[in-house]
Design a protein around this ligand. Structure first.
Ligand code: KG4
Ligand code: ZN
Length: 359
């Protein structure tokens, strides 16, 4: 079984081909990151134009690298939401056109399901597993019970974790995307120098919040500007590094505190389950990965994370989620409408022939 997957929900235009032996046969990725850098974040219109420019070439490139003809593919999957709708539509249209021309099934993949399942491609992670999904647009603690079958235990009530990294980086004048830059700076810093809040730490539920943390960082930066304008702040590299270290530690403390509670719930409900998984762009953060590894060891779970290049958006995760869906007989009609908002827990559980997707 061979599936082609297409990703175009943010600033990466990507295609990849995987098979049911967990092999990646070919992959290709073009990013419009450079075009967005001067704006400090992704500009949807620019992203959509770049997807149009690159969509054909990444699909052709993935096929070429796999040494396959289009007709060798068993199904075509594409991110069909959530995401920047201008980009999502381009990937979905390309996938539907290919599926129609080849007379093969089309599979509408939820982008978050791509992140959620990709770890299984390179590991023996089994359902059910406890997942921390942390990306630029989402921050959730979930139990993954199977394809299309998720229970959300907690979510952010304001910013996503990656969004907080990006905003703090912008305030410090460090650039976009913020996560990798802050992680590098944090390695040089003293996390204990600035006292930062841990929002919702004692809320009693498993929800998260990063907006207050971001405001606290802003106040510190303002104190370095004579006129209180962060753009005029004069900071030494040492100060910036200490803020980055303090911020990264605060984010991880919040995530780990709630995850620790989630582990207790998860183990009570699924005593035989063994896996703790992290996914999404922020999962590329080595400090967070280390903290989760410690939690897993302490809790008798096995920690798994995708390879770094499959944490941020890519075509492989969409091809793999498509393949898991195809294995369950879950395909979609060509009139499937792309969904800018599409919560994971609105995916129907995967019963063969059940359709699996609420349009
Ligand atoms: O999953 P992703 O590529 O796109 C979305 O679906 O949102 O995630 C991108 C996010 C960005 O906010 C970026 O700053 C963050 O992931 N990120 C990181 C790291 N690498 C990427 N955050 C923290 N540490 C990193 N090393
Ligand atoms: Zn993503």
């Amino acid at each position: 079984m061979i599936v082609l997957g297409i990703e175009s929900s943010c600033d990466e235009t990507a295609a990849a081909i995987v098979n049911d032996k967990k092999q990646i046969l070919g992959q290709s990725l073009a990013t419009s990151l450079e075009e967005h850098k001067i704006y400090g974040g992704v500009v949807p219109e620019i992203a959509a134009r770049c997807h149009l420019d690159h969509i054909d070439e990444v699909i052709e490139d993935a096929l070429k690298k796999a040494n396959l003809r289009p007709q060798d593919i068993d199904a075509v999957a594409a991110t069909s939401g959530p995401g920047l709708i201008g980009g999502v539509v381009i990937g979905v249209m390309a996938a539907k056109a290919l599926a129609l021309a080849l007379n093969k099934p089309f599979i509408a993949v939820n982008h978050l399901e791509g992140h959620a399942l990709v770890t299984r491609l390179g590991s023996d992670v089994e359902y059910p597993y406890l997942l921390l999904l942390v990306s630029g647009g989402h921050c959730q603690i979930l139990i993954v019970k199977g394809v299309g079958d998720y229970t959300r235990l907690g979510t952010t009530i304001d910013d996503a974790a990656g969004e907080a990294f990006d905003k703090v980086s912008k305030m410090l004048g460090l650039g976009y995307p913020g996560g990798p830059i802050i992680e590098k700076m944090a390695e040089l810093g003293d996390a204990s120098r600035f006292v930062l809040p841990r929002p919702l730490y004692n809320s009693g539920d498993l929800n998260l919040s990063f907006s207050g943390l971001k405001t606290a960082v802003r106040k510190i930066i303002e104190s370095y500007a004579e006129d209180g304008n962060i753009e005029h702040a004069i900071m030494r590299k040492r100060d910036i590094a200490d803020i980055c270290a303090g911020f990264q530690t605060a984010v991880a403390d919040c995530l780990l505190h709630k995850l620790e509670k989630a582990v207790v719930l998860f183990k009570a409900e699924y005593p035989d389950a063994k896996d703790l998984v992290v996914a999404g762009g922020v999962a590329a953060n080595n400090y967070l990965r280390g903290r989760m590894q410690e939690l897993a060891e302490k809790s008798g779970l096995e920690f798994s994370a995708p390879p770094l290049k499959f944490c941020t958006d890519n075509g492989v995760m969409i091809a793999w989620a498509g393949l898991e869906r195809l294995q369950k007989g879950l395909t979609d009609n060509l009139d499937f409408k792309p969904r800018p908002r599409w919560p994971l827990d609105e995916l129907a559980p995967a019963a063969p022939g059940a359709g699996g997707v609420k349009a």
